[in-house]
Ligand binder design. Structure first.
Ligand SMILES: Cc1ncc(COP(=O)(O)O)c(C=O)c1O
Length: 392
């Protein structure tokens, strides 16, 4: 999408298409099909000779408004909305892979992303190599003649590992490899991987985009050509489309995403600084902390530390559970990016599927707690954490 206005204006008006009724707010086109004036018109639209909607699995006016608005924020030319973030991850890979291909992925991944790469792709004859994403040499050395995709999350879920997007993309470009970046943790407000050379950017609408715990959704941001030639044929026929209602929820949420994410990130920065000083805290993982091992790289890529913090409490699973249970404001949930602050125990939930050996190698220890910071008052959240740590 070409940016006509500045960001705040695009977030409220980008992609807006009004119907004949001239509604102020964006309309929900909650219909599956569209009608044609004549069989000749239907034929022309199916041939692509005339513009027009055919079927919501293909495209829909409300979904299109959401896609255009997100592309304006992300900086990509184009976008295809999906039913969930995982549908976006899977679709973005499967649309371009075939048996005999090779994929390289960072090891530090959300449980379901790792499941796709480790368990699903190999079933289709696709070889996958996992690398330490922070080590550029490992990316370089892993390249084979048949490598098609580099995949990583930055920051990663849950230890917020930062990957040098620019450098990994340079290795990819040299070898004609497509780089897919899962930008879910940072959100499109704080980081635009396209600026660093990424080809495809993945979002879970469920996270910061809705940010209010209401709707599932996802998106694949990419070039117009990739969407038209590769993505559309695959997604249109396999059908992981988003519901127009969910797309409408996400579309309207885009109006406030910048305000929400900046405020949540500001609170998170304060909480991370406060946590690292507490005697019951062993280690804090937060890209906005000067003590964070990848602070300098995070600062280059992200405009702020983000809404997510992970930390190791002194002790084991018992102490982590006690801390989680004693919180009064934070809800126990595996979602993230919500206006309500949420707490997660990755070992037993989001990263359970990995198995103990893999989890430990990625730093996901039983005493690790993940916080998603919401829009509540900073002092209330700090007091909640402090009271709970004191009881732990
Ligand atoms: C890094 C990352 N990628 C992908 C997803 C999947 O998103 P969704 O739950 O919308 O399918 C998640 C969900 O937590 C995530 O944290």
């Amino acid at each position: 999408m070409k940016k006509k206005f500045k960001l705040e204006t695009n977030l409220v008006r980008g992609g807006l298409t009004r119907s004949n009724f001239k509604e102020t707010s964006e309309a929900i086109f909650l219909n599956s099909g569209f009608v044609y004036d004549s069989p000749e018109q239907a034929e022309a639209i199916f041939l692509g000779k005339q513009k027009g909607f055919q079927y919501t699995r293909y495209a829909n006016p409300t979904i299109e408004m959401f896609e255009q608005r997100l592309a304006l924020l992300d900086g990509s030319e184009s976008c295809f909305a999906t039913a969930s973030g995982m549908a976006a991850v899977f679709g973005s890979m499967m649309c371009q892979l075939q048996a005999g291909d090779h994929v390289v992925s960072a090891s530090a991944l959300f449980g379901s992303c790792r499941y796709i790469l480790k368990d699903i792709l190999p079933k289709f004859g696709i070889e996958v190599t996992f690398v330490n994403g922070t080590n550029l040499n490992e990316w370089k050395k892993s390249v084979k003649k048949n490598t098609k995709i580099f995949f990583f999350e930055s920051p990663s879920n849950p230890c917020l590992e930062i990957i040098d997007i620019k450098q990994v993309c340079l290795i990819a470009k040299k070898n004609k490899i497509t780089t897919i970046v899962d930008n879910i943790f940072a959100s499109p407000v704080l980081q635009q991987p396209i600026k660093f050379g990424a080809d495809i950017i993945i979002y879970s609408g469920t996270k910061h985009i809705d940010g209010q715990g209401r709707a599932m959704g996802g998106a694949i941001c990419c070039t117009k050509k990739f969407k038209e030639d590769i993505l559309k044929p695959f997604l249109r026929h396999t059908g992981p489309c988003i519901s127009p209602f969910n797309a409408w929820v996400l579309l309207k949420s885009m109006e406030t995403i910048k305000i929400r994410v900046h405020s949540q990130s500001h609170t998170a920065q304060n909480i991370a600084e406060f946590l690292e000083k507490h005697k019951k805290v062993e280690k804090v993982f937060y890209p906005g902390l000067k003590s964070f091992s990848q602070y300098a790289l995070a600062k280059k890529q992200q405009s702020a530390g983000g809404t997510m913090i992970s930390f190791r409490i002194k002790g084991s699973k018992k102490e982590a559970f006690r801390f989680i249970k004693n919180l009064k404001i934070f809800d126990i949930s595996n979602n993230l990016g919500d206006t309500k602050s949420l707490v997660t125990h990755p070992t037993t939930t989001t990263h359970k599927v990995l198995g103990e050996k893999d989890r430990i190698s990625l730093g996901i220890t039983p005493n690790l707690v993940r916080l998603s910071i919401g829009l509540e008052n900073l002092e209330d959240l700090k007091k909640d954490i402090l009271d709970s740590l004191n009881k732990s």
